[in-house]
Design a protein around this ligand. Structure first.
Ligand code: ATP
Ligand code: MG
Length: 749
């Protein structure tokens, strides 16, 4: 990735380099505890730490923080390394382990005892906790606090020798029992834990605490900038205290950044483990999991995760990030990497009655759309018997339906125009097939284009449609609702009976495609029980989550709409006031909102009032509902004018729908309106002048490629096109961009 990191950490580093601190070195580390698989939150830390090292010509260590024997395992040590490599990073030198430094930690503990700065405490853990005091009250010193150093030394040696049971005593630092920072009130250094360690076996039965070990690990490795997450803010005093009081070889510094918190999933390792162990998912690499293994299995390209992390940024304030932002970067990455192919999910047979039975036309079909500067075709057969997707035909089409209808015409992607002459029915009256005729190009002007397959050439395929793992944005945060009950029951749908074009039969597992009009998919390593290839959906082409939550399923005729009291599987707030109940019915009946949306908008007074104020300000009900329910998390309530303004911008095409989440994110982060946010993001409408400047900047950033292009390597055009599209963050019209780019590249330097 060519984009440079620029955040408060790089500002600190720039300052340090200017002041010649750390002798001009930048040395970071990524310090996972091997007690689970890495998830997308870790990716943020990985991208930052390895990214900083790369950017400053420095080093980044991989160090396993393996100081807790009971939860750690070599399975995790292996998976973590594989995941970091997959993400695209390499650590400096050998993998390091905190357990390699156990002897040194112990020697330094004796040093603290000898200096009168540590003591063995025989109070039990509860007493220690109780005696720590509170924010208002100072702590109570332990009766063992002033025992002679020689006695503490002897006891620590006996602890190490295994003379005492777990919990019998601990080693504590002797700092200040009245310190305003409670963590400084004689924190623990060592505890007894008689458990085998995945690397040191039973060599040790005392293990160091995180706060003691972490700073020493950094010091031993000569780390210059040690970045952790915000909740360790208060621990920094302790980090510094140990370094100040021990003869360490190096003096590192700790900095804290916000964690990445993604909605509609969970990231606590404990909960992820529970999902795996209870079989809620198929394993750590289930494509619905937020783990890197899961994202990889789903087909998410590592570059998309890198871009996402870069976009999320490194700040000092925690925020909830929508997975729509990750989806945005996945689409951005795959748009230029995934060839377009045809797959039919729910086949409806079509006979082209004016084609002879044995005729097969092999079409030379483009694999790439016009706005992607890549070339290539594949042979695509057209014959008398075809399959189209059942949802692309409507006998009684709703207004604005652009696909096939009785007597109507539609374009077959790559294949010409057809007209539906006759509907065939099975005995029970169901539509069982269509008789159509292939028209010449000037006979009709169809409004829509659909995907299709030649029946005899098509191949069976099983599709796995992956969706959000949880229904609610922040599982586990609603009182009285168990987080496991918030799992999305439709997070994985298996589609059997789908068909694909023959060219896909020879594709390798791990290859990604865009199934036209449906989404991006990757061929899985595994096949279905009946031996069919499996393709997993990486992401829909558009934000299907929002769509699903706001539009009624077209397959459900009105007559079947159930009353609000029907026993559908969703959580009903236990007590919905009568007023809210009335409002809910009103939203459904008067505004035509789907039941589920009406329910969620009236879950409490605040949400109802917020929605109402948006309506009063003139917003259309559906888009407003969708935005509140899907793009804002529970307690995010930016001023309603900003929200209506955002919807207006989308409406007037000043902003593309897929840019909404990025803009909202910035609005919330910067506390500004949508116009300012769009401007800050460089999403403001691109005038030709803007475009020229943007292109100029991109070209200047890649002087080597520019020179190669100008000396004849014209295939680099695609490279520049991709870089410009990224720089414009999807906000540029590809056609305009293409012609302006060609002009800029071809004009003499
Ligand atoms: P736990 O401490 O509960 O085991 P953890 O998520 O902190 O879980 P670690 O293995 O200690 O796991 O994390 C390794 C590194 O990744 C740490 O430096 C931590 O700060 C960072 N990290 C973990 N989760 C996130 C997150 N959500 N966002 C950013 N960084 C994270
Ligand atoms: Mg941790």
């Amino acid at each position: 990735m060519s984009d440079r990191l620029k955040n408060f950490v790089t500002e600190i580093i720039d300052g340090d380099l200017a002041a010649d601190k750390h002798g001009g070195r930048v040395h970071t580390r990524f310090p996972p505890e091997p007690n689970g698989y890495l998830h997308i939150g870790h990716a943020k830390s990985i991208c930052l730490n390895f990214g900083l090292a790369a950017q400053y010509g420095g080093k980044c260590n991989l160090r396993f923080d393996d100081t807790n024997p009971t939860t750690e395992d070599t399975e995790y040590v292996e998976s973590i390394q594989a995941d970091i490599r997959w993400l695209g990073f390499t650590w400096d030198g050998e993998v390091r382990f905190a357990s390699d430094y156990f002897e040194q930690f112990y020697a330094w503990a004796l040093h603290l005892i000898d200096a009168g700065k540590a003591y063995v405490d025989e109070q039990d853990v509860e007493a220690i906790r109780a005696n720590r005091g509170s924010a208002q009250e100072p702590g109570t010193p332990s009766p063992y606090r002033d025992r002679p150093g020689a006695e503490s030394r002897r006891l620590l040696e006996a602890m190490r020798a295994g003379d005492f049971e777990d919990g019998a005593m601990v080693l504590r630092a002797k700092i200040d029992m009245a310190h305003p920072n409670i963590l400084m009130r004689d924190p623990l250094i060592y505890r007894i834990r008689k458990a085998p360690h995945h690397r040191t076996g039973d060599a040790w039965c005392i293990y160091p605490m995180y706060d003691y070990a972490h700073c020493l690990e950094d010091a031993i490795e000569g780390i210059t900038h040690s970045v952790c997450t915000l909740e360790f803010d208060n621990n920094r005093a302790l980090y510094d205290w140990f370094l100040d009081n021990l003869p360490v070889p190096y003096r590192p510094h700790q900095y804290e950044m916000s964690r990445l918190d993604l909605s509609h999933t969970v990231m606590s390792k404990r909960w992820l483990l529970q999902l795996v162990e209870q079989g809620e998912v198929s394993g750590w690499d289930d494509p619905r999991m937020p783990t890197l293994a899961g994202l990889r299995r789903r087909g998410v390209p590592p570059e998309a995760i890198q871009r996402f992390c870069l976009d999320v940024g490194v700040t000092k304030s925690n925020a909830l990030t929508s997975p729509a932002l990750l989806d945005f970067h996945i689409r951005e990455t795959l748009n230029h990497e995934a060839a377009r192919v045809l797959v039919v999910q729910d086949p409806l047979p079509v006979t082209l009655t004016n084609l002879p039975e044995d005729e097969v036309r092999w079409l030379d079909a483009d694999l790439w759309p016009h706005d992607v500067p890549r070339e290539g075709t594949r042979p695509l057969p057209l014959s008398r018997e075809l399959l189209i997707d059942r949802s692309d035909f409507e006998e009684t089409p709703p207004k604005g339906f652009k696909r096939l209808t009785p007597g109507g015409v539609v374009r077959l992607r790559h294949g010409g125009v057809i007209r539906c002459d006759q509907v065939r029915r099975s005995e029970d009256g169901e539509v069982s097939g269509l008789d159509c005729s292939l028209l010449s190009d000037d006979e009709a002007r169809p409004k829509g284009t659909i995907h299709w397959l030649s029946t005899p050439h098509s191949l069976p395929v099983e599709l796995h449609l992956v969706d959000r793992l949880f229904r609610s944005p922040q599982p586990g945060t609603t009182d009285g609702v168990d987080w496991l009950d918030e799992l999305n029951p439709d997070s994985l749908r298996t589609i059997e009976g789908a068909r694909m074009e023959p060219w896909l039969g020879a594709s390798d597992p791990g290859t990604r495609f865009q199934f036209e009009r449906q989404g991006y998919f990757m061929k899985d390593e595994q096949t279905s029980p009946s031996g069919q290839p499996i393709f997993v959906r990486i992401v829909e082409l558009r934000d299907g989550w929002t769509k699903k939550q706001t539009t009624p399923q077209p397959a459900q005729p009105k007559a079947q709409a159930k009353p609000a009291s029907s026993s559908q599987t969703r959580v009903q707030p236990a007590e919905r006031s009568e007023a809210l109940q009335t409002r809910m019915t009103e939203l459904q009946e008067r505004l035509g909102l789907p039941l589920q949306d009406a329910e969620r908008l009236t879950r409490d007074e605040a949400t109802d009032a917020y929605f109402q104020s948006g309506l009063n300000a003139g917003a259309a009900p559906r888009p407003l509902a969708s935005l509140i329910l899907n793009d804002l998390s529970g307690d995010q309530r930016p001023p309603i004018q900003q929200i209506t303004e955002l919807l207006e911008m989308e409406d007037q095409k000043g902003l593309q729908r897929n840019q909404r989440s990025v803009v909202l994110e910035t609005m919330l982060k910067e506390n500004c309106g949508p116009k300012a946010a769009a401007k800050a993001l460089g999403l403001a409408e691109q005038t030709s002048l803007d475009l020229e400047a943007l292109i100029g900047e991109v070209i200047d950033q890649h002087p080597a490629e520019r020179d190669r292009y100008r000396s004849g390597e014209k295939q680099l055009f695609g490279f520049f096109m991709g870089a410009c599209m990224r720089a414009a963050r999807g906000g540029a019209d590809p056609k305009a961009l293409q012609s302006q780019l060609r002009q800029s590249l071809d004009s003499a330097p």
